[in-house]
Design a protein around this ligand. Structure first.
Ligand code: EPZ
Length: 423
């Protein structure tokens, strides 16, 4: 397994190009199952999760070709007749569950493995299942698979989500696009990736309103046609790289970064002493003083502070001026980066869903282990300003969600390299 070696250094300077959003692309790709005409995505990120989704869709019979070194993904499910999403692919990536709604809507049946838990939590699917049942599906859990039938097709329904689940919202919106009648989804997730999915479905002929608000109305249509759609910029990658100068100092420009996708996150940056300004090419980010100030964070659904940026801001708070309290309200086990940061000299006390971080002057480089996607990048952020060398192992977690992270950080002066592990 490869490792990433970082030597703490001085301030960063230069440009980082932001890629298309992983979590938008993973919802857009299953939309190909809704039509027998080609769906092409541009500005797609080159990530292992995207390759996993391609494998899953091909296992369902979709034809997928990529161009421009993976940045363009052309898909056709014209002859896709298989409706079984197998465990050996689904277990690698929870987002595989996003084929459930489209398969049901298009073919009237689907057999999708439950994803199983992952490092950050149990990841149940009760909200997906109960909503699809409200639309007329019969769904049974057997041998670890959801066996779903809708022999007479799906019908529109009034659905109120107990929790504004991103994946459940995406499955419901895709399924409802081809259902008979109108679906009104309340307490819908408002994330920008939902807005991007709806914009793509609308290009395919779907009739949907309210995306980005907590109530989405979908008027089902008989069929959807093909389309070409650009994947929205990755707000989590943007937020991650905004924190690089926060911890290491300097000033970077994030090309393609968008302030409007970052909700409460930007307010927090301002509060801890980071200046963010919009430029014609994206966002310029600069640390105001020699050290950021501690701030408290509570993770919430969009437009609140994103759970996917909690590990990264924790790394920054480790060398902040003061004490910060970070409360994780979305997932039950998303502090696995804390013990690794402690190995680097951080002072972190975790009690239940709250991490108390007492800022120290400097972290010290150490061998650390990546445990999940966002935890792994928080270790790299911490290493940028740590004294000495940090070696991050199990970097395959990083490859799931950060395209060319070593090149992008080297491009702004970080002393970082990837070491191929033999064997
Ligand atoms: C999406 O996951 C993202 N993944 C996650 O990003 C992100 O952390 C999450 O939304 C929250 O923003 C993709 O978009 C591919 P949820 P998703 O359904 O859809 C509970 C990353 O790092 N829940 O909003 O799975 C669930 O257990 C990944 O890029 C139920 O209880 O998230 C969790 O506690 C990690 N029942 C909470 O809701 C359900 O049926 C959030 O889940 C569904 C969810």
């Amino acid at each position: 397994m490869d490792r990433i070696v970082v030597r703490g250094g001085g301030p960063l300077k230069g440009e980082i190009a932001i890629s298309g959003a992983k979590n938008a692309c993973l919802a857009l790709m299953p939309a190909t199952l809704l039509s027998d005409e080609p769906l092409t995505l541009t500005n797609a990120p080159r990530l292992s999760d995207i390759r996993t989704m391609s494998l899953l869709l091909e296992s369902l019979g979709a034809e997928i070709s990529t161009m421009q070194n993976g940045k363009v993904i052309a898909m056709s499910s014209h002859s896709a007749q298989n409706h079984i999403a197998k465990y050996d692919i689904v277990r690698k990536m929870r987002a595989s569950n996003l084929v459930l709604g489209p398969l049901l809507a298009r073919h009237g049946h689907a057999v999708v493995s439950l994803p199983g838990g992952c490092a950050i939590g149990a990841r149940p699917m009760d909200l997906h299942v109960s909503a699809l049942e409200a639309m007329g599906a019969q769904i049974e859990l057997r041998d670890g698979y959801l066996h779903a039938q809708a022999p007479r097709g799906l019908r529109g329904a009034q659905i109120a989500l107990r929790f504004a689940s991103v994946g459940a919202t995406e499955n419901i919106v895709m399924a409802a696009s081809l259902a008979k009648g109108v679906t009104v989804l309340s307490n819908a997730a408002r994330e920008p990736e939902i807005v991007d999915l709806v914009e793509c479905l609308r290009r395919m002929g779907a009739q949907i309103e309210g995306e980005g608000t907590d109530t989405i109305t979908i008027q089902g249509v008989d069929r959807l046609h093909g389309a070409t759609h650009p994947v929205i910029a990755d707000r989590i990658e943007t937020g991650t790289y905004m924190l690089a100068p926060a911890i290491a100092g300097g000033e970077v420009e994030l090309i393609g970064g968008r302030m409007d996708l970052l909700g409460a996150f930007c307010e927090k940056l301002d509060a801890c002493g980071i200046d963010v300004s919009e430029t014609p090419k994206g966002l310029r980010v600069k640390r105001r003083n020699g050290r950021v100030d501690a701030v408290n964070v509570v993770t919430e659904v969009f437009p609140g502070f994103p759970t996917d940026l909690q590990a990264q801001i924790m790394a920054v708070m480790c060398t902040a001026n003061g004490v910060s309290f970070l409360e994780e309200r979305i997932f039950e086990n998303r502090f696995m980066h804390a013990p690794e940061l402690i190995r680097m000299g951080a002072r972190i006390d975790v009690h239940g869903g709250v991490a108390k971080v007492t800022g120290v002057e400097k972290l010290r480089g150490a061998p650390v282990m990546a445990t999940d996607l966002r935890a792994s990048v928080s270790l790299i952020l911490a290493a940028l300003a740590a004294e000495g060398e940090t070696v991050v192992s199990r970097v395959y977690h990083l490859d799931r969600g950060y395209e060319r992270v070593v090149d992008k950080l080297r491009g702004v002066g970080a002393r970082i390299e990837r070491v191929k592990e033999d064997g």
